[in-house]
Write a protein that binds this ligand. Structure first.
Ligand code: FAD
Length: 434
């Protein structure tokens, strides 16, 4: 390609599509490069789509996009090996005209999302891997090199939306490699069942959906979580833990997934299903403190590549879409002023992102990821076991006086953690949460 572009976007995931679409809609000449056979072919997500952020990009998405179920219920399970203590929130309010969250299948959704990017006028090239960033004599990023013949292409600005690995950014010295205690490795399977079976098992009708987030002994004392999401004709099920924890314990992701599937609370939900797909992917979970430099001379970084992921609320795609959109708006602002895409001018992207929920949320939880990691044995093993035992003690009717039961429960907590330990954990958790 000989021509020059206003912007090159690397990657056609949520962040890249949001950026490319926003810039193309504003009349910029955009080239988007994706290494996958088609957009979405390489992408893994649970997947919950957050409508508010999607609507800001494609207001009519509800009528057009391949959506699975709209969520009316969210369950949180704290698990030990034989039980779970649950908190469920289900509301008829979520059966609204413009539902707030949907389950999606990324391979289908990203393909549709990309069709909107093309419609808006961007050039989208798949099966094209960007191998290097091109710099000029003043070290500014001025384009990219790809694995195609004559693969050097120039643009005023490069948007790095290459996902969590961020190899290009790392190779170019724009960021450090993600640390093993800042990324989780997740494995996921798609279990196919007849639609009526899924609806009966999850108590759903029509396109209603439910998601289950699970934590506890399923991660064997490592920092991690499991999930079960109901789609129309399949159930997405997976589990992920910090890479540093896998390294430390020698546990394997598929070993954990097998145990999760065999758990007595999970097995009946997927019984008789046919597994047609499985995948593994990293998730950035270091939070605020792991965010790298977000812009520089001729470049910005968005989405997972910028570690913008809220592991506490299990939100990633919405942060990706929002950062992609905001980066595009910032670039458009610089362009409309007729100014160069210098670091000084692109700093507006960080300022706009700081003002958004993306950075505000990540900042709020800045101390939680390290706390969860350093105290993973307590939060993911000891407490779930204690809470499960306490619940069983509470509901089992066996002639023991209630006061004795309460005493036994308190004693079991103090024995496992000591009073100082308990107060210390509660204090640290409350401080990190605030
Ligand atoms: P990606 O979606 O990873 O896209 C990056 C793209 O760049 C890919 O298409 C890739 O092929 C391409 N690429 C990479 N390198 C190059 C290169 N050199 N040249 C060309 N192309 C390149 N988030 C939610 O909001 N809800 C959920 O339910 C949820 N569940 C999740 C479950 C799992 C198991 C995982 C792994 C993640 C989940 N997430 C969820 C997080 C969410 O998937 C990510 O935050 C989101 O996909 C990030 O989007 P992105 O565009 O930054 O990166």
């Amino acid at each position: 390609i000989e021509e020059r572009f206003d912007a090159i976007v690397v990657g056609a995931g949520m962040a890249g599509n949001a950026a490319a679409l926003t810039m193309a809609k504003r009349g910029m000449k955009v080239l988007q490069l994706e290494r996958g056979e088609y957009p979405g072919s390489k992408n893994v997500q649970g997947a919950i789509l957050y409508a508010d952020m999607m609507e800001k990009l494609v207001p009519e998405f509800r009528e057009e996009a391949p959506l699975e179920r709209h969520l009316i219920e969210q369950r949180f399970w704290m698990m030990d090996d034989r039980s779970h203590v649950g908190m469920h929130y289900r509301s008829e309010d979520f059966n609204e005209e413009r539902p707030n969250r949907y389950t999606i299948i990324r391979a289908q959704f990203d393909k549709w999302f990309s069709s909107k990017v093309r419609e808006a006028g961007a050039t989208v090239l798949c099966e094209t891997t960007v191998t290097e960033l091109v710099r000029d004599e003043r070290e500014r990023i001025v384009g990219v090199r790809t694995d195609r013949r004559d693969g050097e292409i120039h643009a005023d600005v490069v948007v790095l939306a290459e996902g969590v690995n961020g190899l290009l950014g790392t190779r170019a010295g724009l960021r450090a490699r993600p640390r093993p205690d800042n990324v989780a490795l997740a494995v996921k399977e798609m279990h196919f069942l007849p639609r009526e079976t899924i609806e009966a098992r999850f108590n759903l009708k029509g396109d209603e959906g439910v998601v289950i987030e699970a934590a506890g002994t399923i991660s064997r004392g490592m920092t991690g979580m499991g999930f079960i999401y109901a789609n129309k004709e399949c159930i997405s099920l997976g589990i992920g833990c910090l890479v540093a924890d896998f390294q430390r314990t020698g546990q394997t992701p598929y070993g954990l997934l097998d145990q999760f599937k065999r758990h007595p609370s999970v097995a009946p939900l997927i019984a008789g299903s046919e597994v047609k797909e499985y995948s593994a992917h990293l998730i950035p979970e270091g939070g605020y403190k792991s965010i790298p430099q977000l812009y520089g001379e001729g470049w910005v970084v968005v989405g997972d590549a910028a570690q913008l992921n809220n592991a506490i609320h299990r939100e990633g795609s919405n942060l990706a879409m929002t950062s992609g959109r905001i980066a595009a708006e910032a670039i458009d602002l610089v362009k409309s002023r007729g100014e160069p895409m210098s670091a000084t001018n692109l700093a507006i992207y960080k300022k706009m992102l700081d003002d958004s929920f993306v950075i505000k949320d990540l900042k709020k939880y800045k101390d939680l990821p390290p706390l969860m990691h350093t105290h993973s044995q307590n939060f993911f093993l000891t407490y779930p076991q204690l809470i499960s035992k306490a619940m069983q003690n509470f509901v089992r009717v066996d002639g023991t006086p209630k006061a004795e039961k309460e005493k036994a429960t308190l004693k079991s907590f103090a024995k496992a953690r000591s009073w100082t330990g308990l107060f210390g954990d509660a204090y640290r958790f409350a401080r990190a949460w605030r």
